[in-house]
Design a protein around this ligand. Structure first.
Ligand code: ADE
Length: 232
């Protein structure tokens, strides 16, 4: 799949996209990621991309022309254009899985007080928020979307089942169970005995119970499936 990122700060993405799993996914050709600097499409000599809002008020609004120029530059017939904004639909694992099946995802990052509404109305497929919080720009949100969706692209994770098994694969999934590794005792605290005794049925039951208990304690709003069992 191809991802085009339209932003004012392409440098923001340099290190994360060149690290670990994201880097490997790009190197393997499973995803190609293209940076577009919206400022390159400013049609004035000062490369100005923002202006004061009509009607007054604080802050600046991104002008329509440079944003439209950047969109036209990357647009393909199957482009799915997502605008990252705190006023969007809430991002979750289901959305990440849906995005991972697209041929071309365009992530449009807002800055300042947002983007002129006309260019959004003319171009955007959907508006997405990563949570009920206001970030300094759409860039960290775009990065989070990319990170979450690549896990659903076949071949990206070493273990193909991991994406399916991890928490929140579905809306009604719950948390993973706690995990332990060596040493068997750390600062006087032992690994739960059941995990060291090799009885796989008992281990699965213990993990299911722990995952469920934590979900109910921390996120009682998650509405677990009736027969939900964590899968580890
Ligand atoms: N830009 C600023 N805050 C955001 C959020 N919560 N989600 C997506 N984009 C944003």
């Amino acid at each position: 799949m191809k991802i085009s990122i339209l932003s004012l700060f392409p440098d923001f993405f340099t290190s994360p996209l060149n690290t670990s799993i994201l880097k490997r996914a790009v190197e393997k050709g499973l995803v190609s990621i293209h940076q577009v600097d919206i400022r390159d499409f400013a049609d004035n000599k000062n490369r100005k991309v923002d202006d004061r809002p009509y009607g007054g008020g604080p802050g600046m609004v991104m002008m329509p022309e440079p944003v439209q120029g950047a969109i036209d530059y990357v647009r393909t017939h199957d482009a799915h254009i997502v605008y990252l904004t705190p006023q969007g639909k809430l991002f979750d694992a289901k959305m990440a899985e849906r995005f991972a099946k697209l041929d071309h995802l365009v992530l449009l990052c807002g800055h300042y007080e947002g983007i002129d509404q006309r260019v959004l109305d003319l171009n955007v497929t959907e508006e997405v928020s990563i949570g009920d919080v206001v970030l300094t720009s759409g860039c960290p949100a775009a990065l989070m979307v990319i990170d979450a969706l690549v896990r659903f692209i076949p071949g990206v994770l070493g273990d193909e089942l991991s994406a399916l098994e991890d928490s929140f694969h579905t809306n009604d999934g719950g948390f993973d169970c706690p995990q332990y590794t060596r040493p068997c005792e750390f600062r006087g605290v032992k690994v739960p005995e059941v995990l060291t005794q090799g009885d796989h049925k008992k281990i699965a039951e213990w993990r299911a119970k722990e995952g469920k208990a934590k979900t109910l304690r921390v996120r009682p709003d998650l509405n677990l499936r009736k027969n939900y069992e964590p899968t580890h």
